[in-house]
Each structure stands twice: as structure tokens, then as C-alpha cells.
Design a protein around this ligand. Structure first.
Ligand code: PLP
Length: 445
């Protein structure tokens, strides 16, 4: 069974969204809860490579990957074939009732490719939030401690615990409390906004974190430090060099479980298999999801065998976790990442994008910062010397890009960051065309 091939060129035949999308949107408003938003309500017909085709026959350039999910594309034939083959044999038995080999295969693969060559175990789940929840459960159970440390600008999900771990109130937390206890928030090493300058940011931020944990919580009360090695929803904040290794070392010295939330950064996205690899940081536990299975819902916690195995039998699990079709898709996606050298491709994408965006920034003062690694690149929009966030400029730029058929997402605590997350299988021509549209949008500000 071959996946539908999608022509790799942009094509705009109606206004965006077109009449068919608008008609479905109309029905949606009386069928779907208002609380679920959509960045660009064009309804999708098919997608593949760097293109998303809508029901009106428009073909849009994809700079979003369904939020860093379709690293191997939306319809990689190997993923589709392997998942379909599994679906035809059986859809579900529940791994906790009757297990199947693909679950074990995925865990073996994760244990092999995640940072560190220590003995590891994995558990499979459905969503990133569920993975983070389970990492905290495992860390608490293994250490007998309760406190969890997180950071400014963090995003870890929308369940009760992970809302508590997430920093930003609107839209993620407003009205949804009370939140879980024993969550402590620390400063993030945010180089662009560090008061004494980016060169001091790493060591100063690490010292503040150590001081606050020691003085305010007590290191021996901390079960886990949970951190995104590059923050995603928070605005693609790449911590200053030295920060992650220093925090990881403090954890090691104090028996604290260092949890890297690589739900957004994992699986070649940043030009390394995992973002922690960049500075050689080896987390005790790592949470993964988004890019793991070519678009099928799957998530995991992988980590040190002695921590993972500390939980009593039956203490972890879930009805759907590690669904067989999702496992089959993951095995194909992981093969594709390796055999197509998507780590290398992500680096090429990063060089191309950073080069063009730095040039763009030199012509537009509103672009205060260009940052990121691999195919996880952002620009932060500001007004004036004091770097005041400029969300209005962002809204104008995004509206123009969307109208021209470029799928582009925002991010950031202040809503002033444009983030770019193209599928790693996108062609250079589409990257350039998308960046041309972006440049045009800044020209019109
Ligand atoms: C998206 C995300 C999550 C939540 O994943 P879901 O699958 O949406 O629950 C958690 N952590 C990070 C870093 C994310 O980017």
C-alpha cells in the first residue's frame, strides 16, 4: 500500500481559508468545544513532505510539522505501510493484558538511542503530558521525596500536574486550578533577556538555581528537576552554554532525578538525536513523544534501570499506552530517521534558516533575536531598546504568511516569538519560498 504522493509545490487557488474550509469551520463552531483553537483553520485533505493540501485544493508550505511531530513527514510510506500492516493484524490487546513484541522493540530502540550508555528501561504512553506525569511518579517513588523543580517559561502539558509544571497562565492554566503542590519554579538561563548579558547568563542562572533549591526547598527534599533542554512553547529558549550541565551536575551530587523533557526537541529535530546530546548532558530520565512515531500518538519515559524498576509492579501503565499501530509506526519512523540521516538534514535546515533569518534581522529592527538549533528555529519580535515584546507585529506577520499559504506558529511567554519547525524531509526550495514569504511579511509591516 503506497502512501499518496503529494506534489511538493505551493499552490494557492482560493483565499485562505477557502470556501469549503469556511463551511466546515461553520459546522465546527456548533459541534466542537470552543476551548480547542486552531492556528490556521484550513481543513486538511492530504499532506506529505513539506506540503499540506486543504479541501479547497490549496497546497500550503508546512513550517509547523503539527507542532514538531511529523519529523519524517505526514505520510512517509514506510511508516504508513508498517502501521497499516499492524492494524490489519490486530488493533489493540492492551499491553497490560496480552503484550506484543513491537512494544518491546520500541523500548529497546529508545534505550539504545537516548543519551548515555547505562542500563535503561522504558515505558510507553499516549501523550507528552502523560510521559511527564509518569516521570514525576517514577522520580518520587524511586527517591521517596516529593518536591519537583521546574523553570520560568516551561511547558510540560495540560493535565493537572503538568499544568502546574507549566509556567504560562493564559491560555494553559487560567481557571483550571487548584494545581498540585510541591512544585517550585526557578529562573531560566534565557540569554537574550539576561540582565547582565548573554555571556554571564549560564553560570549566573545556574548559581541562582542551586542557591534557591538549597535555601528555599532543601536539596534532599527534591525528587526531580524537570527541564526542556530547549524550551518549546516558552519561545525556543536555548539555555546559555553551561547551564544544563551545571544543573545536571548539581542533581547528580544531591540524589535528585534530572528529567529532560524532550517531547518537542527529540528525534533529530535540533540537529542531534536529542537536544541533550549537544552539551553531552545525560539525563536520568527522558520524556519523549511528538516526533517519535511519524504522527501516531505515542510517548515514552526512558531512564536509568534502577529508577525505572523502583516502582512496584502494576504502578505504571494505561489502557492504550504503547498501542501496537503506534509502536509499528515508531519503529518505521526511527528507521527512517537513521537511514535518511535526518540528524544531518536538520543541521542543514538550521544553517539555511539561520543564515537567511540573520540577514532578515539585519534589515528589520523588530527582529530582536534569531535563535535555535537544527529545524527548531525562532525569531523574537521586540520594539525599542528595552526589548519590549511586540506581539502586534507578530500577529501582522503571521496573518500575511497564512494568507500566502505558509503554515507558521507563534510561541513565547509574551506571545512575540515566531517558531519554525519544518518537517525534516522538506526540500530547500520550499524552505526558501517560505522564508521569502516571511521576508515579504516583514517588508509590509
Ligand atoms: C507538547 C509538549 C508536551 C505535552 O505533550 P502532549 O502530547 O501535548 O501532551 C510536554 N512537554 C513538552 C516540552 C512539549 O513540547
Amino acid at each position: 500500500m503506497a502512501a499518496t504522493q503529494v506534489v511538493q509545490s505551493r499552490r494557492i487557488v482560493t483565499e485562505i481559508p477557502g470556501p469549503k474550509s469556511r463551511a466546515i469551520q461553520e459546522r465546527r463552531s456548533s459541534a466542537v468545544a470552543q476551548g480547542v483553537g486552531s492556528v490556521l483553520p484550513v481543513y486538511v485533505e492530504r499532506a506529505g513532505g513539506g506540503i499540506v493540501e486543504d479541501v479547497d485544493g490549496n497546497a500550503l508550505i508546512d513550517f509547523g510539522s503539527g507542532i514538531a511531530v511529523t519529523n519524517v513527514g505526514n505520510a512517509d510510506p514506510r511508516v504508513v505501510e508498517r502501521a497499516a500492516e499492524q492494524l490489519a493484524r490486530f488493533t489493540h490487546t492492551c499491553f497490560m493484558v496480552n503484550p506484543y513484541e513491537a512494544y518491546v522493540d520500541v523500548c529497546e530502540a529508545l534505550n539504545r538511542i537516548t543519551p548515555g550508555d547505562h542500563e535503561k528501561r522504558s515505558i510507553l504512553l499516549n501523550s507528552g503530558a502523560e510521559a511527564v506525569e509518569n516521570a514525576v511518579k517514577i522520580a518520587r517513588s524511586a527517591t521517596g521525596r516529593q518536591a519537583v523543580v521546574v523553570f520560568d517559561h516551561a511547558y510540560h502539558g495540560r493535565t493537572n500536574l503538568t499544568m502546574g509544571l507549566t509556567a504560562k497562565n493564559m491560555p494553559y492554566k487560567q481557571g483550571f486550578g487548584p494545581f498540585a503542590g510541591e512544585i517550585h519554579r526557578m529562573p531560566m538561563a534565557y540569554p537574550y533577556r539576561w540582565p547582565t548579558g548573554p555571556e554571564n547568563c549560564g553560570p549566573e542562572a545556574a548559581a541562582m538555581v542551586v542557591d534557591q533549591i538549597t535555601k528555599q526547598i532543601g536539596a534532599r527534599n527534591v525528587a526531580a528537576v524537570v527541564i526542556e533542554p530547549i524550551q518549546g512553547e516558552g519561545g525556543f529558549i536555548e539555555p546559555a552554554p553551561g547551564f544544563l550541565p551545571a544543573v545536571a551536575e548539581f542533581c547528580r551530587a544531591n540524589g535528585i532525578v534530572f528529567v529532560a523533557d524532550e517531547v518537542q526537541t527529540g528525534f533529530a529535530r535540533t540537529g542531534d538525536m536529542f537536544a541533550c546530546d549537544h552539551e553531552g548532558v545525560v539525563p536520568d530520565l527522558i520524556t519523549t513523544a511528538k516526533g517519535i512515531a511519524g504522527g501516531l500518538p505515542l510517548a515514552a519515559v526512558t531512564g536509568r534501570a534502577e529508577l525505572m524498576d523502583a516502582v512496584h509492579s502494576g504502578g505504571l501503565g494505561g489502557t492504550y499506552g504503547g498501542n501496537p499501530a503506534a509502536c509499528a509506526a515508531a519503529l518505521a519512523a526511527l528507521d527512517a530517521i537513521g537511514s535518511d540521516d535526518l540528524v544531518g538534514r536538520a543541521r542543514e535546515i538550521g544553517e539555511l534558516m539561520l543564515g537567511r533569518l540573520r540577514e532578515l534581522a539585519s534589515r528589520h529592527d523588530v527582529i530582536g533575536d534569531v535563535r535555535g538549533r537544527g529545524a527548531m528555529i525562532a525569531i523574537e519580535l521586540v520594539a525599542g531598546e528595552d526589548k519590549a515584546p511586540a506581539p502586534e507585529a507578530l500577529a501582522k506577520v503571521l496573518a500575511h504568511c497564512h494568507s500566502q499559504g505558509l503554515i507558521l506558529l507563534s510561541a513565547g511567554t509574551y506571545g512575540n516569538v515566531i517558531r519554525m519547525l519544518p518537517p525534516l524531509v522538506i526540500g530547500d526550495d520550499l524552505l526558501h519560498e517560505g522564508l521569502d514569504i516571511l521576508a515579504e511579511a516583514f517588508g509590509r509591516l
